[in-house]
Design a protein around this ligand. Structure first.
Ligand code: NDP
Length: 253
């Protein structure tokens, strides 16, 4: 399905990362991939995970460092000559902002969460544009806390609301270039980032009971939806937020 397509994957921290599930789904369908990592701390993890993959590239890319972002895209452009799709699967907020009341969020935590979790989407889309000259697809990861209050999710919910709005505005801007932009609103999954949200364990239990499918979603199911969105099967879909949450979001009382 993705033979001759080149993808750039942002947000692999380890094998539990949603970005890694997306990468596996896309590689199984023939995509060639470049991976970015944030900081030396994660370099070894990502290099180990990707060691067996033929024809790949692993480059540093902290989105708060614009020269590093530019260098990452230049390296991918040099190796592959183009980018067909981009998976944006990164977010961050200081741990102290992910518990207690939203009311007391500091200016610093608010701006950090917004910069890394929301601004990075238009930032990376702009950097990808010169390499997407045959059109393309961009997929980002959101969460239900963007639209409803989820205890402890706090400033990250506000950042995800900005991320979903950014998805729509980017879709409007980039449609003329044949580039589609969509978000996946994933149900809770036990990953490194998720562990930063207080009481994640009880949230998983609650959602697993209440969701129509009576379970939590698997990262591989999010990966397969990302595969669909970057493939030509989704050629008519842009600006959407698609739920991959075992149906949790449709439930009322
Ligand atoms: P991971 O911790 O595996 O992935 C998050 C990634 O974001 C990490 O690789 C992290 O690197 C990276 N990141 C943080 N700061 C920066 C930065 N400045 N520059 C570049 N990368 C950075 O967790 P997930 O796979 O769970 O998260 C992926 C996405 O999915 C996030 O947007 C998350 O909000 C979203 N999501 C997660 C859900 C869940 O329940 N797990 C549910 C719905 C959405 P580092 O480890 O160095 O910080």
């Amino acid at each position: 399905m993705l033979e001759n397509k080149v993808g750039m994957i942002f947000g692999v921290a380890n094998k539990r990362s949603i970005a890694w599930a997306c990468a596996e789904s896309c590689m199984n369908q023939g995509a060639r991939l470049a991976f970015t990592y944030q900081g030396e701390r994660l370099r070894e993890n990502v290099e180990k995970l990707t060691r067996e993959i033929d024809d790949t590239l692993v480059v540093p890319c902290d989105v708060t460092n614009q020269p590093e972002v530019d260098a990452a895209f230049a390296a991918v452009g040099e190796k592959f000559g183009k980018i067909d799709f981009l998976i944006h699967s990164i977010a961050f907020a200081p741990r102290e902002a992910l518990e207690g009341e939203f009311l007391t969020t500091s200016r610093e935590a608010f701006l950090t969460a917004m910069e890394i979790s929301a601004f990075s989407l238009p930032q990376l889309a702009l950097a990808a544009l010169p390499f997407m000259n045959e059109g393309g697809s961009i997929v980002t990861m959101s969460y239900y806390g963007a639209e409803k209050v989820v205890m402890n999710y706090n400033v990250m919910g506000v950042a995800k609301a900005a991320l979903e709005a950014s998805t729509r505005y980017l879709a409007a801007d980039l449609g003329k270039h044949g580039i589609r932009v969509n978000a996946i609103s994933a149900g809770p999954i036990q990953t490194l980032s998720a562990r930063g949200v207080k009481n994640m364990g009880s949230l998983l239990g609650y959602v697993g009971e209440k969701a129509p499918l009576k379970r939590n979603v698997k990262a591989s199911e999010v990966g397969d939806t990302a595969l669909f969105l970057v493939s030509d099967l989704a050629s008519g879909i842009t600006g959407e937020t698609i739920y991959v949450d075992c149906g949790y979001n449709i439930m009322g009382i």
